[in-house]
Structures are given as C-alpha cells and as structure tokens.
Design a protein around this ligand. Structure first.
Ligand code: OOG
Ligand code: NI
Length: 404
C-alpha cells in the first residue's frame, strides 16, 4: 500500500496535534471546548456548515512555526510540499505594531477539494537578521553564526520529502518514517538554552530569542477552528483558563449576517520548564513562556476592494448580506447548482491579528530603531528563497469563484 500526499498531510496534522497536546495539555482543553461549541452550533443553526462541513472544521488546524535562515525556510517548503501544502501569500510583520523582525508565508493546500479533505495550514515566519532596525552588525554576525551551525531537518527527512513530491506517493514504511522525523523536528528540545545569548536576543525581541536563541525549532501554537469564538472565549474563561484580553479581527456579526475573514483569540503563553546553561557552565531548570493556545473562527474571503474597505473603515463599512457583498464585489462567492450564493471561506491570515496575537503573548515590546536601514524582503525574494511558486491568495479565490 502506498500513501498519498493528502493522506500524509492528514497524518502529519494528527501527529503534530498529538505531540502538541502532550507538550501543552491546555491545548487539549481548547480542542475539547471547540468541539463542544461546534456540536452546539451544529444542533442550533441550520446554516452551521455553510463555511465547511463539520468533518472539515473538526479536523482543521493551523500551526505556527518560526525559522532562522533562508535555507531553513526552503527546507520547510520541501517538508510541507510533500504533504501537498504550498506557500501562499507574503506577510511582513516588521511593519506591524509593535514591529516583529520576521517575514512570513502560509503553507496550505490550494485546491478546494484538498482543503475539504484536510485543510492543514502552517504560518511560517523567518527571522530577518540583517534588518538594522532590530539587529546591529555584531548581533547579526552572531545570529548568522549560531543559526548556520544548526540543522533542523535531517537529510533522511528531506530525502523522503523530495521523493514524495517527485512520485506523488510513498510506501507505508517510508510514510511512517517521514511522520516520525517531521514530528520530531517540531518538538520542544531538551537541549539547554544558553542564558546569556537568549537574554541578549530577548532584549531586542522575544520572537528573535525564540528563533535564534535555541538550537532547534518547535511548533509555537496549533489552532483549532470553532464556529462561535465568543462562546468559546467565555467557556475557556469559565474553566479558569486565562485568555488574552480580546478577540482579534472583525467584531461579532449577528446570527443572520455573514461572518467575514478571520477572528482569533488565544490563551496566554504558559510557563514551560526548560533547561538553561549559565555563564559558569552549570545547567539549571527554569522556564520560558513562548507557546500559547490559539483558536480561530473563519468567514467569507473578501475581494481586494472589500479588504481595503475593511482595513480602512472596519466591518461597519461592509454591507451585511451575502447578496449585497456579492453584488458590490466585496466578497467571494461561488454559485451552487441551484443558483444559490455559496461563500468562499477565507483560508489565509491577517497580519494585524497576527501581530496582535504575537504582542499579547510577548514579555515586552522589545527594541527597534525606525531610523535605521530596513532590509528588502518581498514576495519575489521569498519565491527565490523557496525555489517554488508563491501563490497569491486573491488569484486563488478568483479562480475558485470563476469555477476553474
Ligand atoms: C505566528 C503568528 C501568526 C496567526 O494565527 O495569525 C499566526 C507566530 O506566533 O509565530 O499564527
Ligand atoms: Ni496562529
């Protein structure tokens, strides 16, 4: 028996979910409460599945990972490529408030049918070590040296990934091995963290320390999808889980109005035990708070015009029915065989919310100097680094609307 890319993605998402649940038990609570809320919405609202079947929504996760070098990013592209997940969109979080020294993309399936079977996606950020607004020359050099000395993905894993992309299938034993190695690559490392180095980076940016201060990478969060994020927020709070102070993204709409884009919230980063190496060489147990539990609710994708209106004037500027959103070309809809409007779900991310989620889980705003030289990073740079096509989210929504 051989394993397809779709099947590999499904197994990889499940395996990461198991790993993350074993590392961050509060994540299991989040998944449990999400499923509770989803079952209730399904029982109560006849249109509960208009943005995806309950099977899809129940399996749906997005992960977030952070890497340090173009080479690591290209390798991430190969590992996810094996799972039928391709880079979509370019996000520059250096422009966010507060600024974060990373640029990002999201790896995800790009076909509707693939998304329907398993919509796993991973928001992937790369540290920009040569951006002088954050890192002076000596920190840049030290970061480069540290990052270039580490290997996140073993050659065996990359070899299996390439074989899967080339052949479109893997033998069962190879697929098992791929899952084992890929999951291990994202586990929290027991390797002691060099305290002085970590703290030097942390003073600049906690995200820089999380990426460049440790010798491996890890999933930062794994996010289930919920059909009523306000209900979830209340229920988590009632269970005694400390949530960040708000839900990011557009405000709640009433039950008969379409949900748009993406709403997200999270429970606060938890103190996790980590080993540290002190300057005298001794190793001590301490903790770091960098990983948190996020949850999301998805709505209809907006067109560029709809998005501009939303970014400038907020949700109130948009009409409140599918028909009006469609007629004004502000959101994407397909037509069912019966001629009904079917919302095309937003499959991507919102940089403002991403920055908000980053910020509410950071220990401090860090330090940056806007008068210093920025380094150029854009979609074409990202495409070159990845050595593969970088999809434009709007082009994907357009094609879907057109029925391509
Ligand atoms: C990524 C933050 C972005 C989201 O859902 O917007 C993100 C990170 O924390 O590394 O995951
Ligand atoms: Ni996230």
């Amino acid at each position: 028996m051989s394993v397809t890319q779709t099947e590999l993605r499904t197994r990889f998402a499940a395996s990461l979910s198991e790993l993350y649940g074993s590392e961050v038990p509060a994540y299991n609570t989040l998944v449990e409460v999400s499923q509770e809320v989803n079952a209730e919405v399904l029982a109560k609202r006849p249109d509960a599945e208009r943005l995806g079947t309950i099977e899809r929504v129940t399996a749906e996760r997005h992960g977030a990972i952070r890497v340090g070098t173009p080479q690591e990013l290209a390798e991430v592209g190969r590992v996810f490529g094996a799972c039928g997940m391709y880079p979509v969109g370019f996000y520059d979080l250096r422009e966010a408030a507060p600024p974060i020294p990373v640029v990002s993309t999201a790896f995800r399936p790009v076909d509707r049918a693939e998304l329907a079977v398993n919509p796993f996606r991973v928001f992937t950020s790369m540290l920009v070590v040569d951006d002088r607004r954050f890192f002076d020359e000596s920190t840049e050099n030290d970061l480069r040296e540290f990052l270039e000395a580490r290997r996140i993905f073993p050659d065996e894993l990359l070899g299996l990934a390439d074989r899967m992309e080339r052949d479109g299938s893997l033998e069962e034993a190879h697929a098992d091995r791929f899952i084992e190695l890929a999951t291990a690559a994202f586990a929290l490392s027991p390797e002691p963290v060099d305290r002085a180095w970590y703290e030097r980076l942390e003073a600049i940016s906690s995200v820089a320390a999380d990426i460049g201060g440790v010798s491996s990478t890890h999933i930062n969060h794994l996010t289930p999808r919920v059909l009523d994020i306000d209900a979830l927020y209340e229920r988590m709070t009632a269970r005694g889980v400390e949530m960040i102070d708000r839900i990011q993204g557009p405000p709640r709409t009433s039950d008969d109005e379409p949900d748009v884009l993406l709403r997200q919230t999270s429970f606060r980063a938890l103190a996790e035990p980590r080993a540290f190496r002190e300057s005298d060489g001794s190793v001590v147990r301490d903790s770091l708070s960098v990983r948190f539990g996020e949850v999301e609710q998805r709505g209809v994708a907006l067109t560029p015009a709809g998005r501009e209106l939303y970014d400038l004037r907020g949700l109130d500027a948009l009409p409140r029915t599918d028909e009006a959103l469609h007629a004004a070309d502000l959101a994407y809809y397909a037509r069912s065989a019966a001629g009904e409007l079917q919302p095309i779900v937003y499959e991507d991310f919102l940089p403002k919310s991403a920055a908000g989620i980053f910020a509410s889980n950071l220990t401090g705003d860090g330090r940056s100097d806007a008068s210093q030289r920025a380094s150029r990073r854009d979609a074409s740079w990202l495409r070159d680094v990845l050595g593969r096509e970088l999809y434009d989210p709007y082009a994907l929504y357009e094609a879907e609307r057109a029925g391509d």
